[in-house]
Unconditional design. Structure first.
Length: 208
């Protein structure tokens, strides 16, 4: 029997994860069955169960991938010294997410924000997924705390400013725009940039 290459195995696993993600983003975790996933990826049950034991394992893998994608993009934000100001940085973060996870639903909607919302909802009822989410969220916060400290070192942020509070607000902005996109459709990057510029100018302060 011919050996199956690692590239083939990785591609098949990617096919299953992408198909499952589309199903979950479209209909949610509970309304999606393994039969729905099998139909989406056009594979036999045996082919899928070779990689994942069932829906719960698939959900765990999807949640882990969502965290990894978001974490990679947010960690990339700390590489520049100093990082760009929020009106440049925040749209760049969202663009980075779209670049890494560009899948679209049938109507042309970007899949990833809908999947993020489904993940957050599922972790409210699933303790195992919540345990996966908590350390991932902390890593993201830590990346943004470093961004805040970079602003401080560059003289762009007041010395007594709360870096953790700023980090949480910056994360919340990305989450908020993801929710808007999931519920109401794409929000143009220029809208995000313009809104952040306006917010940064309130009271005559660059960063509020």
């Amino acid at each position: 029997m011919a050996r199956v290459s690692q590239e083939h195995l990785d591609a098949r696993r990617r096919q299953i994860l992408d198909g499952a993600a589309l199903c979950f983003a479209r209909n949610g975790f509970h309304a999606t069955s393994m039969q729905d996933v099998l139909k989406e990826v056009d594979l036999s049950a045996g082919a899928v169960y070779r990689y994942f034991s069932g829906k719960e394992e698939l959900i765990g893998a999807i949640v882990t991938e969502v965290l990894e994608t978001v974490g990679e993009v947010f960690n990339g934000a700390v590489q520049e010294t100093p990082p760009p100001l929020p009106d440049v940085l925040m749209p760049r973060v969202l663009a980075g997410m779209r670049e890494r996870r560009p899948l679209l639903l049938e109507g042309g909607e970007w899949m990833f924000p809908r999947l993020m919302v489904q993940v957050w909802t599922e972790t409210l009822r699933n303790e195992q997924l919540a345990a996966l989410l908590a350390p991932g969220f902390e890593r993201i916060l830590e990346a943004w705390r470093e961004v805040a400290e970079s602003y401080r070192r560059a003289g762009l942020l007041a010395k007594d400013a709360d870096a953790d509070a700023l980090a949480r607000v910056m994360v919340a902005m990305v989450q908020g725009f993801a929710v808007q996109t999931a519920l109401f459709g794409d929000v143009p990057q220029e809208t995000l940039r313009a809104g952040l510029r306006a917010l940064m100018g309130v009271g005559g302060s660059q960063l509020g």
